[in-house]
Design a protein around this ligand. Structure first.
Ligand SMILES: [Zn+2]
Ligand SMILES: [Zn+2]
Length: 202
């Protein structure tokens, strides 16, 4: 199978355009074909992968319960391939990425501050109603599992044990999470963001 250059009609082999890669033809036109990721529908369908510049955004999305993969120093090719193969929307600050790869799910993040980035993403993908804080590890992106208080005893400070009854833990890094002043702050932060995301949408 061949892909024609839109400028001169020269035929290129389809394997050159894997995962939406594009190339410049000698005539000066960009050649490519649109790739669509396998789309997941329904609950949990909004999965992301963030580029290396968006580590803080990735961590915040996880804190809000969203699946957001992130790797430091990830090459563009791997970022795009994971997006396509794992049906993740690609979040990037890199305008060139969206030009060089024709993948339908690339979202160019405009905002510079992480709070504004969150508002932008929540609004763009209409996620405000799906926020579930304390459900996913902010470090590993793993869903948290309930942790009985008896088992939490050896892993959290005593003052927390006296006050809290409900704990959850990350199965990967074993970090323990619980309700408390930290989550109150997160909830207030999230309330503000959701209000902004909704206001701007109307
Ligand atoms: Zn050409
Ligand atoms: Zn973890």
């Amino acid at each position: 199978m061949a892909v024609p250059c839109p400028g001169c009609g020269r035929q290129y082999d389809v394997t050159l355009f894997e995962f939406g890669r594009t190339l410049w033809c000698t005539c000066g036109s960009r050649v490519g074909r649109e790739v669509r990721a396998r789309r997941l529908e329904g609950a949990g369908s909004t999965r992301f992968i963030a580029d290396a510049m968006l580590g803080r955004l990735a961590r915040w999305l996880r804190l809000l319960g969203f699946d957001c993969a992130w790797e430091a120093h990830i090459p563009d090719e791997r970022l795009v391939r994971r997006g396509v193969e794992e049906a993740r929307r690609i979040l990037t600050r890199d305008r060139a990425l969206a030009d060089e790869w024709r993948v339908s799910e690339i979202h160019l993040v405009q905002a510079e501050k992480v709070r504004d980035q969150l508002v932008e993403v929540l609004r763009r993908f209409d996620l405000a109603r799906d926020i579930l804080i304390l459900t996913r590890c902010s470090e590993c992106n793993e869903p948290l599992a309930p942790l009985p208080a008896a088992l939490a005893a050896e892993r959290v400070p005593e003052r927390v044990l006296e006050r809290e009854r409900r704990f959850s833990a990350c199965p990967t890094c074993r970090r323990v999470y619980w309700e408390g002043t930290h989550t109150d702050r997160i909830r207030r932060f999230v309330d503000g963001i959701v209000a902004d995301a909704s206001a701007a949408a109307g």
